[in-house]
Structures are given as C-alpha cells and as structure tokens.
Design a protein around this ligand. Structure first.
Ligand SMILES: [Zn+2]
Length: 225
C-alpha cells in the first residue's frame, strides 16, 4: 500500500514532465496552446477538466482519477480550481515561448492625418495608428518576434522568469504592464541578459509598437509575457 503511494507519487512527477513535453512538442507558443485547449465556450477563459482530459487521451496517456487530479492541480498554480491563462503560463512558461502576436493599440487615426508606410519606397497607406502598411507591419512583427525569441534563447529558464518580472516591474500598471519606457527596457536587457540593443533594433521596436509619452519613447512588450 505504502509503496504504491510512493510509486504513484513518483510517476506523477514523470507525468508532468511527459505532459509538459507534449505541450512543447505540439505548440510553439503558450498563447496558441491555451486558445486551442480552450474550445469549450462554457469554460471560456480557463481550461476545464474535460478540455485537459481530451488532450491527455489524444496523446494516449491513461491516467487514474487521482493522477488526473494531481496533474490538473499542478497546472492550477493559484489553486482556485480553474486553469487560467496565468496558471497555464506559469506552469509552462519556462518550456514554451509565451506569445506569437504583438498586442497593438487600435486607436482610429484621424482621416486627415492618414500616414504613408514608413518603409523606404513603399507607398501603401499605414495601418491604423501604426507606421507601416499591413504587409510591412507583418514583416516587422516577425522581426520583433525573432528579436524576443533570441532574448529568450539567451536566457536559461530561471533567468527568463526573472527578466520578465523585472520588465513587468518597470512597466506601467495603467497599461496592463504591457508598455515600458524604451530606455528602461534597454537597461534591463543589458543588465540581465548582457545584450546591447543596436540602434537599428531600437528603431524596429519603437516603429513597430512604440509611442511617445511625456517626451519619452515607450514600447509595447506584451509579446514577452
Ligand atoms: Zn509598406
């Protein structure tokens, strides 16, 4: 009896490892994994037990009820009985890159100030309040994404968590911690990851997701959480 319990306890650690690896194999980003799992409209905003169970079955993992509960509870980091995006990100954060698309402020531009795309020799109108046309937006978003992916690769698991915490502390709460002063961001990247951001990359970050506020440049860093 006792050894059964020990054995079951041990295998649930292995189970979590297996499940985490399956997630990392199947999805490139946490955001995509979360939205794919979260199909049931009755449980919008969190992953229900049946949704998690669907994927475990799909992967051919046969769990006892007790094992399943332990896995579900391990994902439910804050212990409120539901797996929210936050819980999910905290459990898988070090294993999968968090996001895939930049979060943009979609303010409507004033018609009289419709800008042209900032890209050299492009004559398309700029999208929304942004600096680029839709094609160059996508191109630069990809570049920004690969910039962040590179930062992620330069960190070990613990360091990435510390880095994003530090950025979050420097970000402004009224913007949901998604907007940070570019200079501050640059200093944090330098001090924590040891990387100098080139002028070219500064421009890329600013032109893609930046705005000026009280004379300082701010960028949107929603992509890294
Ligand atoms: Zn363009």
């Amino acid at each position: 009896m006792y050894t059964d319990k020990v054995r079951e306890g041990l295998t649930s650690v292995d189970l979590m490892k297996t499940i985490t690896a399956k997630f990392a194999q199947q999805w490139a980003t946490i955001r995509k994994a979360f939205s794919d799992l979260n199909k049931d409209t009755a449980s919008q905003g969190y992953i229900s037990k049946s949704e998690l169970n669907f994927y475990l079955n799909h992967w051919g993992l046969k769990l006892t009820d007790a094992q399943f509960d332990r896995v579900y509870n391990a994902f439910d980091v804050d212990g409120d009985g539901k797996i929210s995006y936050n819980d999910f990100q905290k459990s898988l954060g070090p294993e999968i890159y968090p996001s895939e698309t930049l979060y943009f402020r979609q303010d409507k531009p004033h018609a009289a100030y419709q800008k042209k795309c900032k890209q050299f020799q492009c004559w398309q109108p700029a999208c929304g309040n942004g600096n680029y046309c839709s094609m160059h937006n996508r191109m630069h978003n990809d570049e920004v994404e690969s910039f962040y992916r590179n930062l992620y690769k330069l960190c070990d698991k613990g360091k990435w968590r510390k880095f994003t915490d530090k950025v979050q502390q420097a970000a402004s709460p009224e913007d949901n911690f998604k907007v940070v002063e570019l200079d501050k961001f640059e200093r944090i990247v330098k001090s924590m990851i040891g990387l100098d951001i080139s002028d070219e990359k500064r421009d890329l970050l600013f032109n893609t997701s930046g705005r000026v506020y009280r004379g300082s440049k701010y960028i949107n860093i929603g992509m890294i959480y």
